[in-house]
Ligand binder design. Structure first.
Ligand code: AGP
Length: 610
């Protein structure tokens, strides 16, 4: 769960490496470093803490050179410290690594017994020792890396620089992401697309078990056995501005307000308003396969899990297929009954979350069809899946997921409508009506954001001292209550819980007193009356009640302290709107508290460890 970058070309590489690391900082931010060949030797700079500390060190040392590698770390082996920071330099070889080497204990013992002086607690330094030993035995860098890789078990994206061959970098990948960027007389590598976007849009995605030699003129990819791989670059049309803050105080706020645009991009080409139908989707299924689906499993973690919970509701309600939603880390390893005839939908913004990836692989090995819903193009989960149905939210930089959540909901609803239609549960008129209503989402989301922003900021200011906050909802609003609580927890560090409103009287109601704000999602839907009852119960116990309700709902206004109104929409669309004030609430509470909104403590954007 670290970020790596590399450059080989004709320009001074220090600013390019730092810029790439800045764009990757969301992947980890407990230390950072660079290794640059200065014409004679490799100079390494490393600093503990945020990237600005490394920037300061680079500013002072002013390392010169046109080949280099960089790293931003999220500690797995060994505490955050300078000695554990990457790059690790052993002899003439410098290495940066994202991932976990599983056989590190055996390697450490073997290398120590052979006389190696190991400085750090990391698994990465062992990789550098291995490569160095092959270099010293007379192998060229490519051969040395290949030989070392044969001795590694586990996950890695590696970039290796050698003072003996400073005109090239060698990179390799297994289970951690690695993108190669092709420029004009310069070649880059990075953990993901935004790191390279200001420099090139022509990118090649390395697959597991592959390595590449990067030189000024391009990249040569081979498998571990040495066979050559021919792969065309893909043109990435995200603009660099999409990865910048665009005047907002934080990426998270920018991404909240980007949701109408992200929704437009995600729906484009998929909803056919003229025909009143959903186009054939890139989901790896045709109509006869849709008819044959006997059960759907939705697998995900965190916010994506909340989207998957909402997806279950869409699929069961519209397509009438039994659907189960599973936390990916719980699903894997418990021998789930999954196999032929099952459709597994793996939902993941990054497409790299290890638990989701392994769970989906397990299901696929048992004969299930796997559909990935992901945002990052070419990431691991879509690559292993039978179908990849991308959200087109653009890069999400804030650790707290917002625009990827609502676009995941859109993809899940489209899959549900498509399945329902192809299985004969939605006739042409009902499909047309849903398509028409979905097409209004960007506009409805824009209105909701604009009309609630100030009000929610005021409410957040009033309650930002609360130590505990409850979120309640029923039906499709239940996962949104969970999502509201998760958002608040992760960025403001306030204790928050989401509950199915009907569960209140089975225990959680004991938590309520005058100091506890309770946010109740009570849009006008099939659950409305009952949820309103829960709202009154909370009010009767002196809670501070904030209702997120349909516009013009006087009953909700009368029983709540604050009312946040969303436009009136059909039940399937309420989650797209009710979540918006909850995202804003979490954002403003965190901002008033002054926490690090985009990079909250202990978290990382992409979780590639178990
Ligand atoms: C979202 O706000 C969280 N930071 C986190 O729960 C995230 O959703 C989870 O780690 C799953 O990530 P993925 O969507 O990239 O698989």
């Amino acid at each position: 769960m670290c970020g790596i970058v590399g450059y080989v070309g004709g320009a001074e590489c220090a600013p390019i490496l730092l810029d790439g690391l800045r764009r990757l900082e969301y992947r980890g931010y407990d230390s950072a470093g660079t290794a640059i060949f200065d014409g004679q030797r490799i100079g390494v700079l490393r600093a503990v803490g945020k990237l600005r500390n490394l920037e300061k060190a680079v500013d002072e040392a002013k390392p010169a050179g046109t080949t280099g590698i960089g790293h931003t770390r999220w500690a797995t082996h060994g505490r955050p410290s300078e000695v554990n920071a990457h790059p690790h330099l052993v002899g003439d070889v410098a290495v940066v690594h994202n991932g976990i080497i599983e056989n590190h204990l055996a390697l450490r013992a073997r290398l120590s017994a052979a006389g190696a002086t190991i400085q750090s607690d990391t698994d990465t330094e062992l990789v550098a020792h291995l490569i160095d030993s092959h270099v010293r035995a007379g192998e060229g860098l490519e051969g040395a890396v290949r030989a070392a890789l044969r001795e590694l078990h586990g996950a890695y994206a590696l970039a290796v620089l050698s003072a003996r061959e400073p005109e090239r970098l060698v990179v390799a990948k297994n289970a951690s992401p690695l993108v190669i960027g092709l420029g004009d007389g310069e070649t880059y590598c990075g953990s993901d697309i935004p790191a390279l976007l200001p420099y090139t849009r022509d990118m090649v995605f390395l697959e597991d078990g592959e390595m590449a030699v990067l030189e000024r003129g391009g990249a040569r990819i081979t498998r571990l056995d040495g066979t050559l791989v021919e792969r065309e670059p893909r043109y990435i049309d995200w603009s660099p501005v999409m990865a910048e803050k665009a005047g907002f105080k934080h990426f998270m706020l920018k991404e909240i307000f980007e949701q109408p645009r992200a929704m437009e991009d995600t729906l484009r080409g998929r909803l056919d308003r003229e025909r009143g139908d959903i186009n054939e989707l890139e989901i790896g299924l045709d109509a006869s396969a849709a008819a044959a689906v006997r059960r759907v499993y939705l697998l995900a973690c965190g916010t994506s899990y909340h989207a998957a919970m909402t997806g279950r509701y869409f699929i069961e309600r519209l397509a009438r297929v039994p659907a189960t939603v599973e936390i990916a880390s719980e699903f894997r390893g418990r021998s789930p009954v999954v196999g032929e005839g099952d459709l597994v939908i793996a939902v993941s913004q990054s497409g790299e979350t290890l638990d989701t990836l392994v769970a989906a692989k397990e299901a696929k090995a048992n004969g299930a069809k796997v559909l990935a819903i992901a945002n990052v193009i070419g990431s691991a989960i879509p690559r292993m899946a039978d179908g990849a149905f991308y959200t087109h939210a653009g890069p999400e930089i804030g650790v707290a997921s917002t625009k990827c959540f609502t676009t995941q909901l859109a993809n899940l609803l489209m899959v549900a409508i498509w399945l329902a239609n192809r299985r004969g549960h939605l006739d042409a008129d009902a499909t047309r009506a849903l398509v028409e209503d979905m097409a209004r989402l960007p506009h409805l989301m824009r209105d909701t954001l604009m009309s609630t922003r100030q009000l929610v900021a005021n409410i957040a200011k009033r309650y930002n001292d609360a130590r505990d906050v409850l979120f309640l909802g029923r039906g499709p609003s239940f996962p949104i209550a969970l999502e509201g609580a998760l958002k608040l927890k992760e960025i403001s560090y306030v204790h928050a819980e989401g509950y199915a409103a009907g569960e209140m009287k089975h225990g959680p109601i004991a938590l309520i007193d005058a100091a506890v704000p309770v946010l109740v999602l009570c849009p006008k839907d099939a659950w409305y009356e009952r949820t309103l009852g829960n709202l009154e119960e909370a009010r009767a116990r002196e809670a501070q009640v904030i209702a997120i309700a349909t516009e013009g709902d006087e009953a909700a206004r009368n029983v709540s302290h604050d009312l946040v109104e969303i436009p009136s929409v059909r039940e399937e669309l309420t989650p797209f709107l009710t979540v918006l004030p909850l995202q804003l609430y979490a954002y403003y509470v965190a901002d008033f508290k002054g926490t690090d909104v985009d990079q909250p403590r202990n978290l990382a954007k992409t979780v590639t460890v178990e």
